[in-house]
Design a protein around this ligand. Structure first.
Ligand code: NAD
Length: 491
């Protein structure tokens, strides 16, 4: 089975059928590297969400009643079809959001392995026997929520779709997914593979459309028992308000403004490579875990900034589909505008630009196919004031800020002075300091002498305003399971 690559109009997957939106509306999808429209997706409505939830409800009992081994077999078959179609899938994903091939391709290959990992976990769902009475047998079991909803962002839509959906359905749920309106094509293409893998109609449904319509309808739907949301903290707040209406369970993976801390005793070459990979080649900074606050010890500040400048100036910007490209464009026009506003705001607040700051046509020769793309060059602001907007707010672009610190205590103080708590990096050759810092930093993931490494077998989640959900790790299916206690009175 292969996907239709030539398609221009992609369709929703509802009850095993490829469908347009109820009211016939479409959303145009722009290739961010060229600025040209390349596909259309249905502008799904509350009626589409309702159809999808109904299909998921109808599919629920047969799916959750299957032996876990049968669910696992279907998931392994799904992973195999993803691998067979890897080349088409990463291209569609990278065309949709501009993520460079060297990131997009391994991310989707990794997600196929994650489907296999979740298939294995399907057969490990257990309960506890807790005997609390002489006259009763008492135990707990874990069961799926039922129909669940998944809302995902545009920076890694397909990898996130494959990873989250496979965990949810491995646990026995059926699901309705609302992918990001600016980058849904790869998800719609991949949805065509689901039933070919033997997963029955209605188990996985995909409704596209705007967050304010399709997204809100999913969150407010009374038959959806849980929402897993990945996206901005602002949208997470709105979803929290809406899910209160019917006391819906919620898992939130939100934004970040992660510190990447370089001590004078670090291997500076290794640190410079890691810092650049943590922000600029990290999907042009459009990564929740981007190391966007670079804290540098005062004694090496100027020297380290020079090292970053040298590496950033050697980066190749251009076609995301080209294996030689280091950094693609920002994913869509709105994000491009937002990042340019931050470039302005940083200057106005008095930060100095160490390098970068240019965008759009200034980056390409006249007549280049990328002249109308949404490119911003790797940029570094310098400031001693960690309270500037560019130091506190998530920019989600290739724009970092470097802040000097005096010593370990100072580094911890500046690093933790943030509403976010998603990730942090530490560069030091002092092992004791590395260990101390992992305890002192308020973050869901801390890397020492590396950055932006994730693995499906290691838990991932945010502290503070970066969220409350935990995905990945041996317990990842827990996100999709409820507890039930049982008392059997036998006298
Ligand atoms: P976003 O919050 O704008 O949108 C995310 C999704 O929510 C989209 O599908 C959108 O349509 C939907 N949505 C928007 N409004 C909605 C509403 N009122 N009700 C229901 N759904 C709604 O985020 P984005 O701009 O697409 O993505 C970038 C953000 O995602 C960044 O803040 C980034 O840090 C975060 N992110 C976090 C993680 C993580 O694991 N913590 C991973 C990737 C991205």
């Amino acid at each position: 089975m292969t996907i239709r690559e030539e398609a221009i109009d992609y369709l929703q997957l509802i009850d095993g059928e490829l469908r347009r939106a109820h009211d016939g509306g479409w959303i145009e999808t722009v290739n961010p590297a060229s600025g040209q429209v390349w596909a259309r997706i249905p502008a799904g409505t509350a009626d589409d969400v309702d159809d999808a939830v109904r299909a998921a409800r109808a599919a629920l009992d047969p799916w959750r009643s299957l032996p876990a081994a049968a669910r696992a077999a279907a998931l392994h078959a799904w992973a195999a079809t993803v691998r067979e179609n890897l080349d088409i899938l990463w291209r569609l994903d990278a065309t949709g959001n501009g993520r460079a091939r060297r990131e997009a391709e391994p991310a989707i290959a990794g997600a196929a392995s994650q489907i296999d990992f979740h298939a294995g976990l399907a057969e490990t769902i257990t309960g506890d026997t807790v005997l609390v009475s002489e006259t009763a047998t008492t135990y707990s079991i874990r069961e799926p929520y039922g129909v669940v909803g998944l809302i995902i962002p545009w920076n890694a839509p397909l990898a996130m779709f494959l990873a989250k959906v496979s965990a949810a359905i491995a646990a026995g749920n059926t699901i309705v997914v609302k992918p990001p309106e600016r980058a849904s094509v790869s998800v719609l293409a991949a949805a065509q593979l689901i039933e070919k893998a033997g997963i029955p109609p209605g188990v996985v449904n995909v409704v596209t459309g705007e967050g304010a319509t399709a997204g809100e309808a999913l969150v407010k739907h009374p038959d959806v028992r849980k929402i897993s949301f990945t996206g901005s903290t602002a949208t997470g707040r709105r979803i929290t308000e809406n899910s209160v209406l019917n006391v819906k369970a919620l898992a939130l993976e939100l934004g970040g403004k992660s510190p990447n801390i370089v001590f004078a005793d670090a291997d500076l070459d290794q640190a410079a490579a890691g810092v650049v990979a943590g922000i600029y080649t990290a999907s042009a900074g459009q990564a929740c875990i981007a190391g966007s606050r670079i804290l540098i010890q005062k004694s090496i500040f100027d020297e380290f900034v020079e090292r970053l400048r040298a590496r950033a100036s050697a980066m190749v910007l251009g076609d995301p589909l080209d294996a030689g490209t280091d950094m693609g464009p920002l994913a869509f026009d709105g994000q491009y505008q937002k990042v340019r506003e931050y470039l302005e705001s940083g200057r106005e607040e008095g930060a100095t630009i160490a390098f970068g700051g240019r965008y759009g046509r200034a980056l390409f020769p006249a007549g280049s196919p990328f002249a109308d793309g949404y490119f911003v060059e790797p940029t570094l602001f310098l400031t001693e004031d960690p309270h500037l907007r560019v130091c506190r707010e998530e920019i989600f672009g290739p724009v970092a800020v470097a802040i000097p610190f005096a010593d370990e205590d100072d580094a911890v103080r500046v690093a933790n002075d943030s509403g976010y708590g998603l990730a942090a990096g530490v560069w030091t050759q002092n092992l004791a300091r590395g260990h101390r810092m992992t305890r002192r930093l308020e973050a869901g993931t801390v890397w020492v002498n590396t950055y932006r490494r994730l693995h499906w077998a290691l838990p991932f989640g945010g502290q503070k305003e970066s969220g409350n959900g935990i995905s990945n790790g041996p317990g990842t299916l827990d996100e999709w399971l409820e507890h039930k206690s049982v008392w059997i009175e036998h006298g």
